[in-house]
Design a protein around this ligand. Structure first.
Ligand code: GRF
Length: 193
């Protein structure tokens, strides 16, 4: 994985498409001494992503890329990432699937958070599927990104108990709280491996 050199923080980019609550928690984490990363760039495919406001609040540069043509969008993203000397990419609610070429460019350097106990419930609409299947537990997973959807090496998971009153919405809320704790923990873990 990425190597820590001296006391320098690893320059990281966070990719978002929506609310950005995980982005917010990661930014808060970077303010702590124990954080091995600094967030230097926020990338989105959606100029209306609410999370972009955190870039403004915390003075982190953000770039929005039009995904009408994915190949062009990814080329521009790669150039931006290289310009900013980014060494780690954290996907946090980024709703676009990265191409194989993109992933190859940053092999072992892309993390994602997924709201299920992978390998169960890959893909979208996770919470509804979990509830419909009467699962007793769900949770969240931080994993490395490879070319297969939600299938890279698992770094950390947190299990969350489902109550009989839970709906997809209430479960999403419960899990999100755990996501905010898990992502920073997983980042600490990969740099101490
Ligand atoms: C989270 O549940 C994350 O696991 C999933 O998308 C959601 C993003 O939420 N990949 P937020 O934008 O970080 O609030």
């Amino acid at each position: 994985m990425v190597q820590l050199t001296g006391t320098k923080k690893i320059r990281c980019a966070v990719f978002i498409s929506g609310t950005g609550s995980n982005l917010k928690s990661l930014i808060q984490f970077t303010k702590k001494k124990k954080s091995p990363i600094s967030i230097e760039l926020i990338i989105s495919n959606n100029r209306k992503a609410k999370g972009l406001k955190f870039g403004k609040i915390f003075k982190i540069s953000n770039k929005v890329f039009n995904y009408k043509n994915k190949t062009i969008a990814e080329k521009k993203i790669i150039s931006e990432i290289k310009k900013k000397k980014i060494k780690l990419i954290c996907l946090a609610g980024f709703m676009k699937i990265l191409s194989k070429d993109f992933i190859k460019n940053f092999k072992g350097k892309i993390l994602n958070i997924h709201p299920s106990l992978l390998p169960k419930y890959k893909g979208l609409n996770t919470h509804q599927r979990v509830i419909s299947n009467n699962e007793k537990y769900s949770g969240c997973t931080v994993h490395l990104v490879n070319s297969r959807l939600d299938s890279g090496k698992i770094i950390l998971q947190k299990r969350v108990k489902i109550s009989k009153f839970d709906t997809a919405k209430s479960l999403a809320k419960k899990i999100l709280i755990q996501e905010h704790i898990l992502y920073p923990k997983a980042i600490i873990k990969i740099f101490s491996l």
